[in-house]
Ligand binder design. Structure first.
Ligand SMILES: [Zn+2]
Length: 255
């Protein structure tokens, strides 16, 4: 597994390339090939695909009588298919080079949906990963995505939230996710100076139930954020509320 992507790995990759003739796969080309037809219209209130785009105020049939996720959802595509495979390669196989092209796509979507002025004045922050899981996984994919999204959009990257612990949810069913205890979320001390009146773009890899994003958004609003938009690479869609969570995308995933 690749760790600390900015330092020794890049050197190792260069040495391997120079001495062994090995070249890392072209992340940009890989992303381009897997995102064909990935976007399509979606409901900006819950993130699900629609026949036509729905604004955060309108909502779709699925979220009509439910609260929306944060103040709206921007997404690159659906979790099913190539978009989900990209997330898995970044998240579980440590292919950190994917973070840049995926972050660029995410920035383009946020700019298109929210406007360039909104984006440039916003704070971009990742959904936090507990330190122990970061160490086990060797990569904080949401943090990498947030950095690249902010860089591409000319926005300010800022780690506003932190978590001490949290149970991995990748293998939980939807009902288990909703029933799981969620605690240990905190705002960084310096957030009280930056947050009041700011718009926040909260970045994560996948949106499933929206519970994690809602907790983060609530905390950010309590800290004074004017609005919180969720930006995710993929939305895991389901046609009914009791869907069985057996993903066809990441059958070999760990954690
Ligand atoms: Zn909806």
């Amino acid at each position: 597994m690749r760790r600390n992507p900015r330092s020794w790995q890049m050197q190792t990759a260069r040495v391997a390339e120079a001495w062994l003739g090995r070249r890392l796969p072209d992340a940009e080309r890989w992303v381009r090939a897997n995102l064909i037809d990935a976007r399509g219209p979606w409901c900006q209130r819950c993130g699900h695909s629609c026949f036509e785009s729905h604004s955060p105020l309108q909502g779709c049939d699925l979220c009509l009588h439910k609260s929306g996720v944060a103040d709206g959802v921007c997404r690159v595509g659906r979790y099913q298919g190539g978009c989900g495979q990209l997330v898995c390669r970044l998240k579980y196989q440590g292919w950190w080079e994917l973070a840049r092209p995926l972050g660029q796509r995410l920035a383009h979507v946020v700019r298109a949906e929210c406007g360039g002025d909104f984006f440039r004045s916003a704070l971009v922050t990742p959904v936090p990963m507990p330190p122990l899981r970061r160490w086990q996984r060797g990569i904080d994919h949401a943090d990498l995505l947030a950095r690249e999204t902010a860089r591409e959009g000319g926005a300010r990257y800022c780690r506003l939230l932190w978590r001490l612990a949290g149970r991995p949810q990748a293998r939980l069913t939807r009902s288990q996710r909703l029933a799981a205890k969620v605690g240990g979320w905190h705002l960084h001390a310096f957030a009280s100076k930056r947050l009041p009146g700011s718009d926040v773009v909260l970045v994560d890899d996948v949106l499933t139930t929206g519970r994690t994003a809602s907790i983060a958004a609530r905390l950010l609003r309590q800290g004074g954020a004017a609005s919180v938009r969720l930006a995710v690479v993929a939305v895991r869609e389901h046609m009914n509320r009791d869907f069985a969570h057996k993903t066809e995308v990441c059958s070999d995933q760990v954690g």
